[in-house]
Design a protein around this ligand. Structure first.
Ligand code: DMJ
Length: 641
């Protein structure tokens, strides 16, 4: 069957394209493609004409004058030489008039010539065979791909890379401790090897189904979240073959030009944080390059009326939006408030202040806002700049915002005083309104909701024990002892939440209500998904006190994970920590390798491994070096001080 011939503008008959029978859908698609292409050409010729007409035709008022031959009458007169009362409008007569006519004629000729050239080009294209057209399209595509590549592999400006202090070692002298550390390393191998076998390239692993797993925070693409998240843990454990394997995958496969809507916060803390840490530990440029490529893709999320970023962004289109469940279209404090560390490092490494300015803008905006009781609500509307629901928590939705205030100060070599002030103010308000002691003497952090205190603490809030200890040094009125003590109290409470379960693993959330203390009440709050926060707090407390109880508690947790979460295909979360036998959720979270196992390993290592005066851990446990900018500045911008 033949297809209708296409008549070009010149009337020359184009031989029908041999497109095959229309009953084959892919042939029909080809026909549509060719037709589209030709229509596109005609359209582009037309647009060229319009473009020419728009820019080169004299304005309509002049036309009128010429057409009517009334230029001397219609053109307002100004006395030449006396200054123009109406500048830009001149009387045209004599030699000027002649020059003007010539100019008009020249423009007309140019438009005519452009018009003809565009038509010729369109005809020329139509004369070409399908193969030639395809080849041209391919050449154009190659050019674009090459341009993208050049952009992607562009060399970043050299900056002094902070010394790689304590990136390996930490071997404990005590053989008992060493054995424990080796056990944690073996757990990491088990988690990694199974992911390598059954989930490679997927975001996470289903250790029982033995296949890949993902959630909406990573979008619809396989971005190898576990690989990126695990790299630095592999590195410090000396698992170099595994590290190299991960590096190769990143070099060859990690691509951010995907039509996928991701969580800005999660991608920042896991991917950008993970890549930056891998770069600082190993010195391999590829990690820096990938981190910067990804960061560029996140930037459109900041295109909101206030500059408070959307929670999610499509990596390809740059379109952002917020979670449907977040109070009246709000962005979330712990999400937009947990970008600072990574973004400052991005500016440091690239010399591009865009990243730094974005996060400083958020900080400035927050500083100006009224805070009920001095507390930061968890929801902020990025369109109006107003708080959403008045809900404050140091657990989910709020947590890492406070953490990043403290860590911004530490990461700046304790020179970012503004961040420290904001942290101190926030902690004072939290202590005053949210921290309480239960009847049984357990100190807990409640949540402020709709004007009253909920006596409930989330597993996520348990990280705050470590945060209080980390922030003790440098606190106001020399309250270091007080904050270290507060950190220890939180650690004790969170340990109780583990100890009061059948599996010796902590529930997602626990209550302090009458006789109920540190125990989950609702079924939906009884799960444990391999979270790190309690072990994180044990590790910080261990570093600051060397009290052996923290190693003991950490070991209890490691054994409980080994007993109830280990399966032959990796590690899985459990659905009910109060049930005598574990029911698995069949997910090996990427943060289990990034955080839980890393903090356990550090707990049984010497303090010379990743010393805290050189490294600051992002909220996903990715270590970033302290930026000592005393003698230099962030790309010449003293504002970073
Ligand atoms: C991690 O992704 C990060 O620690 C984040 O800040 C909140 N919690 C999860 C793990 O529980």
């Amino acid at each position: 069957m033949t297809t209708p011939a296409l008549l070009p503008l010149s009337g020359r008959r184009i031989p029908p394209l041999n497109l095959g029978p229309p009953s084959f859908p892919h042939h029909r698609a080809t026909l549509r493609l060719s037709e589209k292409f030709i229509l596109l050409l005609i359209l582009s010729a037309f647009i060229t004409l319009c473009f020419g007409a728009f820019f080169f035709l004299p304005d309509s008022s002049k036309h009128k004058r010429f057409d009517l031959g009334l230029e001397d009458v219609l053109i307002p007169h100004v006395d030449a030489g006396k200054g123009a009362k109406n500048p830009g409008v001149f009387l045209i007569h004599g030699p000027d008039e002649h020059r003007h006519r010539e100019e008009e004629e020249r423009l007309r000729n140019k438009i005519r010539a452009d018009h003809e050239k565009a038509l010729e080009e369109a005809k020329e294209k139509l004369r070409k065979s399908r193969e030639e057209i395809r080849a041209e399209i391919q050449t154009e595509k190659n050019k674009v791909a090459q341009a993208m590549k050049t952009k992607e592999t562009r060399v970043l400006p050299p900056v002094p890379v902070p010394q790689r202090v304590g990136v390996s070692g930490g071997d404990p002298e005590d053989m008992e401790i060493k054995k424990k550390r080796d056990k944690i390393k073996e757990m990491m191998k088990h988690a990694w090897d199974n992911y390598r076998t059954y989930g490679w390239g997927h975001n996470e692993l289903r250790p029982i189904a033995r296949k890949g797993h993902s959630t909406n925070i990573f979008g619809s693409s396989q971005m190898g979240a576990t690989i990126v998240d695990a790299l630095d843990t592999l590195y410090i454990m000396g698992l170099h073959d595994e590290f190299m394997d991960g590096q190769r995958w990143i070099e060859e496969n990690l691509d951010f030009s995907v039509n996928s809507e991701v969580s800005v916060f999660e991608v920042n803390i896991r991917f950008i944080g993970g890549l930056l840490a891998a770069y600082y530990l190993s010195g391999e440029e590829i990690f820096k390059t990938k981190a910067v490529q990804l960061a560029e893709k996140l930037l459109p999320a900041f295109n909101t009326p206030t500059g408070i970023p959307w929670a999610m962004v499509n990596l390809k289109s740059g379109v952002g939006r917020n979670w449907g469940w977040a109070s009246a279209g709000s962005s979330i404090l712990a999400e937009f408030g947990t970008l600072h560390m990574e973004f400052v490092h991005l500016s440091y490494l690239t010399g591009d202040l865009t990243y730094y300015n974005k996060v400083m803008h958020i900080r400035k905006l927050l500083q100006k806002m009224e805070r009920p009781n001095g507390l930061y609500p968890n929801y902020l509307n990025p369109r109006t700049g107003r708080w959403g629901q008045y809900h404050t928590s140091v657990g989910g939705l709020g947590d890492s915002f406070y953490e990043y205030l403290l860590k911004a100060w530490l990461m700046s070599d304790k020179t970012d005083h503004e961040a420290r002030r904001m942290y101190d103010d926030a902690v004072e308000a939290i202590e005053k309104h949210l921290i309480k002691k239960s009847r049984g003497g357990l100190v807990f952090i409640g949540e402020w909701k709709n004007g009253h205190l909920e006596r409930k603490m989330g597993h996520l809030a348990c990280f705050a024990g470590g945060m209080f200890a980390l922030g003790a040094d440098g606190s106001r009125k020399d309250k270091a002892g007080h904050y270290l003590e507060l950190g220890a109290e939180i650690a004790r409470t969170c340990h109780e939440s583990y100890d009061r379960t059948a599996l010796k693993l902590g529930p997602e959330s626990f209550k302090f209500d009458g006789a109920v203390e540190a125990v989950a009440v609702r079924q939906a709050e009884k799960y444990y998904i391999l979270r790190p926060e309690v072990i994180e707090t044990y590790w910080y407390l261990w570093r600051f006190t060397h009290d052996p109880r923290y190693r003991q508690w950490g070991w209890e947790a490691a054994l409980a994970i080994e007993k109830s979460c280990r399966v032959s295909g990796g590690f899985s979360g459990v659905k009910d920590v109060y049930a005598p036998t574990p029911v698995h959720d069949d997910v090996q979270q990427s943060f289990f390798l990034a955080e839980t196992l890393k903090y356990l390993y550090l707990l049984f290592s010497g303090d010379d491994l990743l010393p805290l005066d050189h490294w600051v851990f992002n909220t996903e446990a990715h270590p970033l070096p302290v930026l000592r900018l005393a003698n230099s500045t962030l790309s010449g911008n003293p504002a970073v001080r």
